[in-house]
Design a protein around this ligand. Structure first.
Ligand code: NAD
Length: 366
């Protein structure tokens, strides 16, 4: 199932995230004897396809995803188009035997995401979902702090996630406010990461109740959501997700977690610092970003020694997620986060939407 020789990639969608993945693949190529190469870029906007393709020697710029999917010389595709277009391209790519990296959210609905997973399964291709926050150094270190049994029972989790309404600035993309192209608003387009990392860090979420509000978006594109989560472990959490109107404020998260003997908080979702207080201590201590990175590198290299060539890029979560999928294509590991994580997290967000609609608590199947 793995790819022999140089991995030939086609990027479908040359917008913000397509360009990010291209840059990450370049970092990987330069550290792994050019073991991966972008050979084609598809975008309905010819200048966008051309601009991205021109960053790779001899890469073709094409208008249609089909031209990439139908090219037998391409081993894997990176699906980076607006959410509504993922399903058709993903299923066609799987049937054509292409390995698939698909951006989150996988699709417009869980049912569609499940169809994509079934096509991948029956084609026997490798697939990974872009749930990149699992590669956050700060959150990986916080997860490891709560894995220590000395912290006692888990008590409560609070997260705030905020971002400028993503139709301008770096996210200058009208499709994010078009309900026929986006799966929803801030909960599915942005906080799908939060649902994923909260269950990745603290275990399954058993039920949710949610309220949403729509101030700036089109009908069906909520810009505020508050979710009460009950974890299967018996503790609770709250997530507040907001799209505001402050262009100068970068997308970021605050996380606060209590166990019986440990309080941890971080105001920066990638590098920290992390503050914590434990046991009987009266002092709030700080893990500075350098120490966050030292601990993260240790954890990452322990779990994934094949990432050693990427050590100088460990502060860039997008570089690591791409490096994991490239390693999976070489047969060195399995894709992680797996495609199935994208399906199950979509179902979780759908449960939150159902709760907002029905004003009831909704059980989540785990
Ligand atoms: N993991 C992350 O952190 C992250 C960040 C940003 C976006 N995303 C996801 O990535 C996807 C793309 O988002 P984006 O920010 O790059 O959007 P974008 O608008 O910047 O780029 C999308 C590109 O797809 C092109 N496109 C549209 N229809 C197409 C088609 N039929 N065939 C080929 N190309 C087509 C557009 O012309 C555009 O260039 C979305 O699903 C989004 O949710 C994930």
């Amino acid at each position: 199932m793995s790819v022999e020789g140089v991995i030939r990639v086609g990027i479908i969608g040359a917008g913000l995230i397509g360009q990010v993945h291209s840059r990450m693949l370049r970092l990987i190529a330069d550290r792994t004897e050019q073991s991966v190469r972008v050979v084609a870029v598809a975008d309905v906007v010819p200048s966008a396809a051309q601009a991205l393709a021109s960053r790779w020697q001899d890469a073709r710029a094409v208008a249609l995803a089909e031209e990439i999917i139908g090219d037998p010389a391409i081993d894997a595709v990176w699906i980076c188009m607006p959410t509504a277009m993922h399903r058709e391209v993903c299923i066609a790519a799987a049937r054509a035997g292409k390995h698939i990296f698909c951006e989150k959210p996988l699709a417009m609905t869980t049912a569609h995401a499940s169809e994509m997973a079934a096509a991948i399964e029956s084609a026997g291709v490798l697939a990974q979902v872009g749930l990149v926050m699992r590669l956050s150094p700060a959150y990986t270190v916080i997860k490891s702090m709560f894995a220590d049994p000395c912290v006692g029972r888990m008590l409560a989790i609070m997260m705030r996630d905020d971002q400028d309404f993503p139709t301008r600035g770096v996210h200058a993309s009208a499709w994010r406010n078009d309900p026929s192209l986006t799966a929803g608003g801030t909960l599915i387009e942005h906080s799908v990461h939060d649902f994923d990392i909260l269950r990745w860090m603290f275990g399954p979420i058993a039920r949710v109740s949610c309220v949403t509000r729509n101030l700036n978006g089109a009908n069906g594109v909520e810009d505020s959501g508050a979710i009460e989560m009950e974890f299967a472990g018996g503790f609770h959490g709250q997530l507040t997700s907001v799209w505001h109107r402050m262009l100068g404020r970068p997308s970021n998260r605050r996380l606060e977690v209590f166990a019986e003997n440990l309080f941890v908080a971080s105001d920066y979702d990638t590098l920290g610092p992390i503050v914590f207080q434990r046991g009987e201590s009266a002092d709030l201590e700080t893990i500075e970003p350098d120490e966050v990175m030292r601990r993260f590198s240790e954890i990452l290299l322990d779990e994934r020694p094949y990432l050693a060539p990427m050590k100088d890029c460990f502060a860039i979560p997008y570089a690591i997620e791409n490096a994991i999928f490239v390693a999976a294509l070489k047969g060195e590991c399995i894709p992680d986060p797996p495609f199935a994580a994208g399906v199950s997290v979509q179902a979780m967000v759908e449960s939150a939407y159902e709760s907002a609609r029905t004003r009831r608590t909704v059980e989540i199947e785990n």
